[in-house]
Ligand binder design. Structure first.
Ligand code: GLN
Length: 448
């Protein structure tokens, strides 16, 4: 499948064929031994976003600056899947350091949408989403800082879930914005998403933000939506650039949920309009700090023409980072600098609190929130590359979930102009099981 689809889709930066074959043989032995060592993920092949450290496999965060870097360890999520007998197919393309919504900011090449190769797959985890949509991998891992799992899942017509912040260890994830980043799965079904998330979740002493809370995502999965209250946030249906076809598909999905016993209640997320501005201060501020470690000394590429230490830093970073990464490092450094910190960063953090409070209040009135995932379907490659603000609008409906730390899933809910539309389900903090249950109920009703 990879050999057949890659010339058309370009989802992978690197395919690790020989390793995958060895892992598959080991999984076969484990399955054949019949001693109970095999689990549901044993022998199942997956695609990994190029931001998750895989022992010995070149991992570059989609950036030239990390070309040649082979982590000497596994990220916790990877280690857990390895334990479970997973087969790792390779590293998938993404926007550089996960900054973007289309994979066009990759330091290598853009990935193409399997539903229409002239269009983007979404991003930043577009490679993993496209790999699953094209049948190149059974499942994939991505990361979501402002929407980078849910938005590409929506645009590629697959399931993608961002868990509650603190559910999955970030150890070994090449950080973008540490207070927002979460790792999560791409799958073709909601049950598979629950299985993968179950396997990678849970306490890890190597990530102090990873919570010691029980993880049971499968027990209530088939309980349906009868008696659940689903919040419909007014503001999420009025965002700039919402395509009528997307809105219509989502409204049909809401009616279907209602017909299956859910009660739809109108809720309000009054600070929605400020989400994008707050996110684009906080995320760049954190990335400017996180990316300071790429100094040409510790990892990856180094500009060999530089003659002084300072020159080495400057030349390596100028060549190694792409335009969007440099834009964000500059924005973030500025927002954090003395004299501007209070006006920008502190202000953005206050807005973040207001947004978290919006969600907390909304969840007093409902069990989960339902909306579109992205205001648009997949757009043509090149359509938004010269307009960062238009690109940023892709995430208006997802980034609130990251600012508030709540879980969210996107699953396919029909088409608009022949292209997939995503339905987003958001839940309260630690309500990952509810999110999956609502998504599963919609999926069952849709397929009935
Ligand atoms: N598109 C958003 C950004 O560029 C979100 C990225 C993400 O979730 N990693 O920051």
């Amino acid at each position: 499948m990879i050999e057949r689809e890659e010339p058309r889709i370009a989802a992978f930066l690197r395919v690790t064929g020989p390793e995958a074959r060895a892992q598959a043989e080991a999984a076969d032995r484990r399955l054949a031994s019949g001693n109970g060592a095999a689990g549901p993920l044993t022998g199942i092949p997956l695609a990994v976003k190029d931001v998750l450290s895989v022992h010995g496999v070149e991992t570059t965060a989609g950036s030239q600056i990390l070309r040649g870097y082979r982590p000497p360890f596994d990220a916790t999520a990877i280690a857990r899947l390895r334990e479970a007998g997973a087969v790792f197919l390779g590293m998938t393309n993404c926007d550089e350091f996960a900054m973007g919504s289309s994979t066009e900011n990759s330091g290598y090449f853009p990935t193409r949408n399997p539903h229409d190769p002239s269009r983007v797959p979404g991003g930043s985890s577009g490679g993993s989403a496209a790999a699953v949509a094209a049948g190149e991998a059974v499942y994939g891992l991505g990361t979501d800082t402002g929407g980078s799992i849910r938005q590409p899942a929506a645009l590629c017509g697959v399931v993608g879930m961002k868990p509650t912040y603190g559910r999955v260890s970030r150890y070994g994830l090449i950080a973008f914005a540490s207070s927002l980043d979460q790792i999560g799965p791409f799958t073709t079904t909601v049950r598979d998403a629950a299985l993968v998330l179950q396997a990678i979740s849970g306490l890890d002493p190597r990530d102090a933000t990873c919570a010691d809370r029980p993880v049971d995502l499968l027990t209530g999965l088939e309980e349906g939506v009868e008696g659940l209250r689903l919040g419909v946030p007014r503001e999420y249906f009025q965002v700039e650039g919402m395509e009528p076809g997307v809105k219509a598909a989502v409204e049909r999905a809401l009616l279907l949920l209602e017909r299956n016993g859910a009660e739809l209640v109108e809720v309000s997320l009054p600070h929605t309009d400020y989400g994008l501005a707050a996110y684009y201060i906080i995320a760049p501020a954190e990335c400017s700090s996180n990316l300071a470690r790429f100094d040409a000394v510790k990892y990856g590429a180094r500009d060999e023409d530089a003659r002084t230490l300072l020159d080495t830093y400057l030349r390596t970073r100028r060549r190694g980072f792409g335009t969007e990464v440099r834009r964000r490092v500059m924005l973030g450094t500025y927002a954090l600098s003395a004299g501007y910190y209070d006006a920008y960063y502190l202000k953005a953090q206050k807005v973040r609190t207001l947004i978290a409070q919006d969600f907390a209040r909304a969840f007093e009135r409902c069990d989960a929130i339902v909306s579109a995932t992205s205001p648009t379907v997949a757009f043509p490659i090149g359509a938004k590359v010269d307009d960062p603000l238009a690109m940023y609008l892709n995430d208006v409906l997802t980034l609130g979930g990251n600012l508030a730390g709540v879980p969210g899933i996107s699953l396919p809910c029909g088409t608009s102009d022949g292209l997939p539309v995503g339905l987003q389900v958001l839940g309260p903090q630690w309500g990952d099981a509810t999110v999956l249950r609502v998504a599963r109920a919609y999926e069952a009703a849709r397929d009935a």
